[in-house]
Write a protein that binds this ligand. Structure first.
Ligand code: BT5
Length: 327
């Protein structure tokens, strides 16, 4: 058994017998590994922040779980149908989206979650970077295989934003807002970014990678000065730290729920909820789109996820891409 496999299996045994002592002998027999291996893995778990009490005649007992994002902790009683079916964790990786693409190409099942403590080359849209310091935030990618035409894929971006906004509301009580097309804000400052990418041909999608970055416990000095927009983290807004594990689990549950709704009922309920979080509904904005600078009033999004602008002429323009600024 590989190291993380044994570690996760030991944690599972502890969880099944919550609060009880279990002898090293029993763990070794249950898992089919040597007593020395059990002892070694208990040591590694302690190094990772797990509180494990040991008593000479009784064995080991789990007393404290750290805020780590390891698969066994994420998946324990998660209760989802699809999202988080398999979870792969990295201490460090270039980009969780990149890893998810590799699994997507290799034929992995939908629902696979990639999660990392740190990204060395986190990606935003159009080759922009996503700042990803270690141990403070959430960097995750989810592999999905919806049977939809490629042109509908943008709908899943809105689905991701709704899931992030829901999770922020649930864990913090703060009021998140969504920004077209792919950001989540608190008080006008960017707290999360979404990068969904597809591998597709005309007739359908092979797979979709849903990439989500959420600033949870990032401190002010961890943000660079040259960001395109003001940015923040949940901790900066709320004045307290948040459990990354709880946030991740809340997010995956929400995504699973919204994805099921989407497959059963289509985009309409997702768009309706997105509009509830949409700060610029009815506001005057400006956007550069296809070599033109447009100004108008936001009236919502359509089924392609296009932003609908009522221009001063009275005509409605469908904006398919671009950075929107309030006027
Ligand atoms: C995004 O791009 O907002 C999409 C970000 C997606 C990141 C996730 S993390 C997990 C997964 N794996 C990846 O490699 N990516 C995804 P965009 O709208 O282009 O915004 C990028 C811009 O946001 C940058 O040019 C910066 O100005 C700013 N920025 C960078 N890091 C930030 C951060 N941590 N918080 C707020 N703003 C940031």
């Amino acid at each position: 058994m590989s190291t993380p496999g044994t570690r996760d299996a030991i944690l599972r045994v502890f969880r099944q017998r919550k609060g009880q002592f279990i002898s090293g002998e029993e763990i070794s027999q249950t898992l089919g590994v040597s007593r020395t291996a059990v002892w070694k893995h208990i040591g590694l778990l302690r190094k990772q922040g797990y509180g494990i009490e040991s008593a000479a005649s009784r064995g080991y007992r789990l007393t404290e779980t750290p805020d780590t994002l390891i698969p066994a902790e994420i998946q324990a009683n998660l209760g989802t149908d699809c999202v988080g079916r398999e979870v792969i964790h990295f201490e460090e990786t270039e980009s969780t989206n990149r890893i998810a693409h590799e699994y997507g190409k290799a034929g992995a099942e939908e629902g696979l979650v990639i999660i990392a403590e740190q990204q060395t080359a986190g990606k935003g849209r159009l080759g922009r970077p996503w700042i990803s310091p270690a141990g403070v935030n959430l960097y995750t990618s989810i592999l999905l295989r919806p049977s939809i035409l490629p042109r509908w894929a943008t709908q899943l971006t809105f689905l991701s934003s709704v899931a992030v906004a829901r999770a922020i509301e649930a864990v913090s009580g703060l009021q998140p807002q969504v920004k077209w097309p792919n950001d989540v804000l608190i008080d006008g400052k960017k707290v999360a970014g979404i990068l969904n990418e597809i591998d597709a041909e005309m007739e359908g999608i092979h797979y979709l990678v849903m990439g989500i970055g959420v600033n949870l416990n990032m401190t002010a000095d961890q943000f660079p000065d040259d960001l395109r927009y003001p940015a923040t983290s949940l901790a900066l807004e709320a004045g307290r730290d948040f459990s990354r594990l709880t946030f991740a689990r809340t997010l995956y549950r929400g995504l699973d729920d919204l994805y099921r709704t989407y497959l059963q009922e289509g985009f309409r309920p997702i768009a309706a909820e997105w509009n509830l979080f949409f700060a610029w509904q009815g506001k005057e904005v400006e956007v550069d789109f296809q070599d033109r600078r447009l100004q108008g009033t936001v009236t919502g999004i359509d089924t392609d996820g296009a932003l609908l602008l009522r221009l001063h002429s009275g005509a409605t323009e469908r904006v398919l891409a671009g950075d929107v600024r309030p006027l």
